[in-house]
Design a protein around this ligand. Structure first.
Ligand SMILES: NC(=O)c1ccc[n+]([C@@H]2O[C@H](COP(=O)([O-])OP(=O)(O)OC[C@H]3O[C@@H](n4cnc5c(N)ncnc54)[C@H](OP(=O)(O)O)[C@@H]3O)[C@@H](O)[C@H]2O)c1
Length: 406
């Protein structure tokens, strides 16, 4: 399927930490104006020119669009099949772009992990996005592609083998190495500030089904793990996984949007392994305590100011060596209807948040622009919007592996 518009993809936010990585990945892998027609966009010409100069290729087109200026967003959306945005926090800068994409029948992908904002976007735009035929896809980074596509992959393989989906899947983070950017930390802070001001947001963040369509926001899954426990499934101590609150909701939305191919009673959870025995237990409590300090620090408190001072500013994040030395290894334990268990694995070859995320987002954008996709429109998830086509791209190009062990 070839696109009719001037560009297949516009990367909006290309001057930011993650947007620049997305642009560099596309530049290095696909060149300029060859199989993928693309441009970089942002609010500041000088910053975009600097990113382009570092690529040593002056032919990448630059576009100026500001999050508060609808006319510039409309003009940008009209020129592309897909807008790929890293302009975040999304709850602060993302509203008008989603509206502009739908208005102009432009597909969209982002790295949002802000559940409260995604809930608002779904409520405001689902009907219009369906009517426009636009595919609006949040969470196309580490949250939530490995989880959403991992479950999609496992269920596909299990159905091929047994004819029926697994009744439950437990995802366990066996290992991962990487850092955080200022932009991601800013997005987490915005989410906490909103939840502190409006208690209804707290409900959205804690309801396991809060991203499901209206009338389908309850089910058998409980809230995410909130303590350190020994896990018989993985034979390891496990602790809360910081991304579980986003990923599990996206997996459940995928199931609901696709009319429950995993079953209405499907159970899904995520946690992080810290190892077996006394060492695993100690590591579990110490990691959970450090995580607790970051997550529990109240907006405006001294503790929050102290945490802010230790973490990166917007525009900063892990350096090249840290990104290249990073990786992740996620295990999937699936229970089948006959009581047996099968396992699978998803791995990534760079740090989860940036090296791998930038490749996943870029391939999602290309997939939305160029691939043959399921006939669905609206506020979708990676699995429902792109399914097998994205699975192939992630493995062929983005350094992910999906393994079914049976
Ligand atoms: N889900 C995941 O796995 C994942 C991973 C990484 C990042 N993220 C998310 O991605 C987002 C970006 O993170 P980051 O670290 O790349 O942040 P960043 O370095 O702060 O970049 C933000 C970008 O937004 C642009 N921007 C800010 N205000 C704007 C406006 N009014 N109009 C147009 N552009 C504007 C900035 O432009 P200037 O350069 O002109 O300031 C910059 O290009 C965050 O929301 C983060 O949470 C998610």
């Amino acid at each position: 399927m070839s696109s009719q518009r001037e560009f297949d993809i516009i990367i909006w936010g290309a001057s930011g930490f993650t947007g620049r990585l997305v642009a560099e990945y596309i530049f290095n892998k696909y060149g300029v104006n060859k199989t993928v027609k693309w441009a970089m966009a942002g609010r500041n010409t000088t910053k975009l020119e600097k990113v382009r100069a570092e690529m040593a290729d002056e032919s990448v087109p630059l576009i100026i669009a500001d999050s508060q200026d609808m006319a510039t967003l409309d003009a940008m959306c009209q020129r592309a099949t897909v807008i790929c945005t890293t302009v975040g926090p999304y709850a602060k800068y993302g509203n008008k772009l989603v509206e502009a994409c739908i208005k102009n029948k432009t597909h969209y992908c982002d790295l949002a992990g802000e559940v409260q904002w995604m809930r608002r976007m779904i409520d405001q735009h689902q009907d219009a996005a369906v009517a426009a035929g636009a595919k609006i896809v949040h969470t196309c980074g580490f949250d939530s592609i490995p989880s959403d596509m991992g479950v999609y992959f496992m269920q596909r393989e299990i159905r091929k083998q047994t004819g029926k989906p697994a009744t439950s899947i437990n995802m366990r983070v066996k290992a991962m190495k990487g850092g955080m950017s200022g932009g991601t930390y800013a997005s987490m802070s915005v989410m906490k500030e909103e939840a502190a001001k409006d208690k209804s947001i707290y409900k959205v963040l804690t309801n396991p089904y809060s991203l499901n369509p209206e009338g389908e926001r309850s089910g058998p899954d409980k809230k995410d793990l909130a303590k350190v426990v020994y896990d018989e499934v993985s034979k390891s101590w496990i602790i809360p996984f910081i991304m579980a609150g986003i990923n599990t909701k996206v997996v459940r939305r995928s199931n609901a949007l696709a009319n429950y191919p995993y079953g209405k009673d499907f159970l899904y959870d995520e946690a992080m392994m810290t190892g077996d025995g006394f060492g695993g237990r100690i590591k579990g409590f110490s990691t959970a305590a450090a995580l607790g300090v970051v997550m529990m620090a109240k907006p405006g408190s001294l503790l929050k100011k102290g945490v802010d001072a230790m973490l990166p500013e917007p525009g900063e994040g892990p350096n090249k060596k840290e990104r290249e030395n990073g990786f992740y290894n996620l295990l999937f334990f699936a229970n089948l209807k006959d009581g047996s268990t099968v396992t699978g694995k998803v791995t990534g070859d760079r740090d989860p948040g940036y090296g791998s995320t930038s490749k996943m987002l870029a391939e999602s954008a290309i997939c939305l622009a160029l691939d043959e996709l399921p006939d669905m429109a609206g506020m979708l998830t990676p699995a429902t919007a792109m399914g097998d086509a994205l699975l192939d791209r992630l493995q062929e190009n983005a350094g992910l592996t999906f393994t079914y062990k049976g």
